[in-house]
Design a protein around this ligand. Structure first.
Ligand code: ZN
Length: 265
């Protein structure tokens, strides 16, 4: 069993300047039995780092319109059933279960704040300026703010397929982005700057090897990478190969739309 103290000790071993902000992604289950559960992981994160954010995305607000712009990796009019069960976004909406119990715990952590994007919100502690950087048109600007502040990505028992910052690198590299739509109390809101598919992101791992810091904890791996290194590596990969980090799934609409946009250039 691992506990709060083990996370604190582990985070210290990563040798990250505690004044640097972090964006964390976590699977509690990966650590086996954790004394105190998600709360222990959260307390350790908040204690070890000056500012911490986590994605608290709410895909359940998404609706598919009847019509929309072309080349958007979306079958317009196909949402007749799913639109009916979509939920209106509100600031107290729980993060989707796929975000994990640690992210959801961050949202309700004492002193936590949450950004207001109806699909791609982040929650964090001591991170008001980072969260405020988000706009409806540029949902991943909090990551730019982290880059500016020499921030780090922490992967707690998860791999790069959940590393949201790679999406921001794709944006910086000029990769095609998408528009999605969210149900809000003010009606259906278009959300541009929506990222592509992350299923192929683990292919970045060997390229990050010189810069990654890693510890083992409770049978899980904790990895840390400074954002400036991540940006340099991912943008370099996409510059060399505009289809880098796309997934292999033949019917992946977003990866195929990116491939088509590359051919069109
Ligand atoms: Zn894909």
């Amino acid at each position: 069993m691992v506990a709060y103290r083990d996370f604190i000790t582990g985070f210290r071993k990563l040798d990250i300047d505690p004044s640097c902000p972090v964006v964390a992604h976590a699977s509690l289950a990966a650590f086996g039995e954790v004394h105190g559960g998600a709360g222990s992981v959260l307390d350790a994160l908040v204690s070890a780092f000056n500012a911490v954010i986590m994605p608290t995305f709410t895909y359940k607000t998404m609706v598919i319109p009847e019509v929309g712009p072309p080349d958007n990796a979306l079958v317009y009019g196909s949402g007749k059933d799913t639109n009916r069960v979509a939920e209106i976004y509100h600031p107290g909406m729980p993060a989707d279960t796929m975000m994990g119990v640690v992210a959801e715990g961050m949202r309700t952590q004492a002193g936590a704040q949450r950004s207001s994007h109806p699909i791609l919100s982040f929650a964090g502690v001591n991170a008001a300026e980072i969260l405020d950087a988000q706009t409806i048109d540029q949902p991943l600007l909090p990551i730019q703010r982290l880059i500016d502040d020499e921030g780090w990505v922490l992967l707690l028992g998860v791999d790069h397929t959940v590393n949201t910052s790679i999406h921001f690198c794709e944006h910086l590299a000029g990769r095609k982005q998408f528009i999605r739509w969210a149900l809000t109390s003010g009606g259906v809101v278009p959300c541009p700057g929506f990222p592509g598919c992350s299923e192929g992101f683990e292919a970045v791992a060997p390229h990050l090897e010189p810069d990654i810091r890693r510890i083992e904890l409770g049978g899980a791996i904790v990895q840390a990478i400074q954002l400036v290194s991540l940006v340099e590596t991912v943008c370099g990969m996409i510059k060399r190969d505009p289809c880098a980090l796309l997934c292999e799934r033949e019917d992946c609409e977003r990866c195929n739309a990116v491939r088509a946009s590359v051919i069109a250039l």
